[in-house]
Design a protein around this ligand. Sequence first.
Ligand SMILES: [Zn+2]
Length: 236
Amino acid sequence: MTELIYYDDPYIREMETRVMEVLDDGIVLDSTIVFGRSCGVKPDEATFTTKSGTYTIIDRREESGQIIHILEEGRPRVGEKGILRIDWARRFSMMKLHTTLHILSSVVLEKFDVLVTGSDITPEKAKIDFDMDRNFTKEELQLIEDEINRIIKEDHRTTSGVISPEEAEKIPGFIRSKSGKLPQGLKELRYTKIEDVDMQADGGIHVRSTSEIGGVKIVKQKNKGRGRRRLEIVLT
Ligand SMILES: [Zn+2]
């Protein structure tokens, strides 16, 4: 199993690792800092440089519990060591927007009692859909934006870890997506906690402290159909 270094420290931008397996479309590494998908976050873009060359990692997929780093072209050999480097600006921007969406979903749950029906995060902007049957008013959007920015400035720490399904069931709103149920048969669930603000099921990676986000703005609202009022957010 590939060791997932980003869960220990999401701020590592490069590291040495080794090729364990070579497949048709990519490679399995001994350990990795290349993050996959969670809450609509896009996979990292990265390079892997060995004696035989530099390989561009364009995506990630999982198969039978294995993480495959998909390469654009060329393949290193099994056993080769190399340096893995992620596109840090891209990753850090998505970490900030991801933490923002957790704060936003917590604010909207508290003020409007609605859950999330979808989300999508790119380095440029984040989109989140809520199970609302009407648009948010201009005043409500301003209230939400002010509340998120207040929480960001208050500088709350984020932590993550695992808990048992029994513990998870006792936490109101732990599963934040409307369709979400606790997965059956799992011994433990990953969560992310923003101190005093939010705790929810999440396999993603976040900024250490909300002040790192700086500030955000809600730039658009769209009606994407029943139970899908979409807000678009950018970093300021
Ligand atoms: Zn998340």
